[in-house]
Design a protein around this ligand. Sequence first.
Ligand SMILES: NC(=O)c1ccc[n+]([C@@H]2O[C@H](COP(=O)([O-])OP(=O)(O)OC[C@H]3O[C@@H](n4cnc5c(N)ncnc54)[C@H](OP(=O)(O)O)[C@@H]3O)[C@@H](O)[C@H]2O)c1
Length: 388
Amino acid sequence: MGSSSATTSSSSGEGGGEGAAMVGRRRRKEGLGWIEWGRGWCGVVGEFLFQRIAASHLENPLPLPPLDGTTFVVTGATSGIGLEIARQLAESGAHVVMAVRRPKLAHDLIQKWQNEKSEMGMPLNIEVMELDLLSLDSVAKFADAWNARLAPLHVLINNAGIFAIGEPQRFSKDGYEEHLQVNHLAPALLSMLLLPSLLRGSPSRIINVNSIMHYVGFVDTEDMNLTSGKKKYTSLWGYSNSKLAQVKFSSILYKRIPAEAGINVLCVSPGIVHTNVARDLPKIVVAAYHLIPYFIFDAQEGSRSTLFAATDPQIPEYCGLLKADEWPVCACISHDCRPMNASEEAHNLETSQEVWEKTLEMIGLPLDALEKLIEGEEVQCRYGSKPE
Ligand SMILES: NC(=O)c1ccc[n+]([C@@H]2O[C@H](COP(=O)([O-])OP(=O)(O)OC[C@H]3O[C@@H](n4cnc5c(N)ncnc54)[C@H](OP(=O)(O)O)[C@@H]3O)[C@@H](O)[C@H]2O)c1
């Protein structure tokens, strides 16, 4: 939570004048208010307590349509929700690219799945490509390698994420706070750079595995990298802010993609899920996870909302309705596979625009990158051109 303070920076664009001066004098929000904060935590606790009841209408595993002829890139497919997503998509006939930082582990998993499936005589169409989200060079190289195939991409699932609970603040070699980089900046760069392939696969989708925790996040666009020291760093803060930044960026991305391009952008809440994301929790909390299985989803249950967002035929219609609205524009799917509202803070158009611009700057893309990529033009990225 935070207060507001006067600021002299204008965010109303060029032109100056009285209007701009008024905006410039407007008190800049520096954190969530008590009411927003309280409501956010009620949302988080509510999801924890009632997710199983809310999702009781869903089958487990979620039945998927036949997916032959479609290609999915799934990041972080070696563990938890991503592993389930990749396996189930491949078993439904999709071509799946496991985009992972530990290729050997992914190959072992494929071998295991193939062995299980070969008894039924169904080879899986699944491959591995290396991707380390802690390196923006790695992201750009992954996108270059994929785009060079000139193949269509139907769905990009930005699943990989970290929540380094209780850990001190850490920065990537690119200089960015690690939650911000892995959960927001790297997926944003991947989404942007894969637009040419997503256009080839249109109608296509970008699915961001987000979190109800974005409800308690706040993005200070003057301190996205959390280095000002205005507030004491906690991993909870880093995580929830990174997830909120992703919702805000996704909103503007979706708003700016022309409808004719046929690329839908969604954020998904998987629920509270028992995965390796809790690996850094104190041992006592990990033990508590095992004691409360009624409340917590297993990874297969936690994969349902993402699989729904990635494959349900009604998703384009839902996204289209939101796109036609002035605001909100970011489609969000809840852990029970129903549309959900992003947090109040996520609906702030002005700061979402600022997050969009700051993000592009941080990932080394020009402000008109989206328009150029949609037009099929080359875009220079600061990352990926030099050997690592
Ligand atoms: N579990 C929950 O309750 C929950 C709730 C809300 C949202 N989510 C979100 O769901 C997503 C999946 O998390 P999970 O719960 O399935 O956690 P998980 O079991 O820890 O899986 C995370 C995956 O991300 C990968 N990853 C982490 N850092 C990476 C990097 N630098 N480059 C490439 N891949 C990286 C991991 O790879 P390694 O195996 O190599 O580390 C792993 O495959 C995350 O975005 C998370 O924020 C989870």
